[in-house]
Write a protein that binds this ligand. Structure first.
Ligand code: SAH
Length: 247
């Protein structure tokens, strides 16, 4: 009976300190990921060591430096989340290389009041980056499981201005069209005409174009205020193909 009072005090103390240890471990983990993320931004994006053109857009670098990429990859790939390459996300799909995400975000030349359509949600990472740069991101994914996972992940992480839909992105997202910007993160053999229609006059689209598993070119499409279309091929890239069947 006599130790009962002591236990009443000790048990809560032990619980409190366990919580403190957990919180500390979490903070340490987060700090470690922040260091990796900052190194990624510096060494792969702002100042790449090779032929790649540096991305210097301050807002893009800030977004790349804050969105926790390690929470968008498979658990077993967390140690490689900030490396200079794409990673598998299941169902034969990939999360793009960080540099490509930054480059496409930069090329889109966005401003905070804009609404953007993304075709190819995948992990939701590119959508999360864009959500820091624009007002709303509408993103369409053709593989049901990936759409559901990305939606849940974005919700959990608090990216409230990203809206996910499971559908064939070839047709865009008519209910929310037209868009200031469109980004396609799967390679199309031809630019889908519905996407051109859903682009506002004065709008821009960034899309990899080319034959399946052959050389594709990251392509910028500009729609003038009068509706004229111009296309600029920028650089060779390799994306998974834009497919046409719901899975
Ligand atoms: N942006 C993603 C990476 C995309 S990988 C990220 O940040 O993680 C390309 C994605 O496009 C895949 O998830 C693939 O399922 C999807 N996709 C392919 N064809 C599509 C289509 N017609 N409509 C919508 N999504 C498509």
């Amino acid at each position: 009976m006599e130790w009962g009072v002591g236990a009443l005090i000790i048990v809560p103390l032990v619980l409190v300190s366990l919580q403190a240890v957990n919180a500390l471990a979490e903070q340490k983990g987060e700090a470690r990921f922040r260091i990796l993320r900052e190194a990624m931004v510096r060494e792969q994006i702002a100042d790449p060591p090779d032929y790649r053109r540096p991305v210097r857009n301050r807002r893009v670098l800030q977004a790349m430096g804050t969105v926790p990429r390690h929470l968008f990859v498979k658990k077993q790939d967390i140690p490689w989340a900030y490396r200079d390459h794409p990673l598998p996300i299941g169902h034969g799909q990939t999360i793009s290389q960080p540099y490509i995400v930054a480059l496409m975000s930069d090329l889109l030349d966005v401003t905070p009041e804009q609404r953007v359509l993304e075709v190819g949600t995948g992990s939701g990472y590119q959508a999360a980056i864009l959500s820091r740069l624009v007002k709303d991101v509408f993103t369409v994914e053709i593989i049901e499981v990936l759409a559901q996972q990305a939606d849940a992940r974005l919700e959990r992480l608090g990216y409230r201005n990203v809206h996910v839909k499971m559908a064939d992105g070839y047709y865009g997202w008519k209910a929310h069209a037209p868009f200031d910007r469109i980004i396609v993160t799967a390679a199309a053999t031809l630019v889908p005409p519905p996407l051109i229609r859903q682009l506002k006059p004065g709008g821009k689209m960034c899309i990899p174009v080319g034959a399946r598993y052959a050389i594709q070119y990251l392509t910028m499409i500009d729609k003038s205020e009068t509706g004229d279309i111009t296309m600029r091929k920028l650089l060779p890239v390799r994306f998974v193909p834009l497919t046409r069947t719901l899975r």
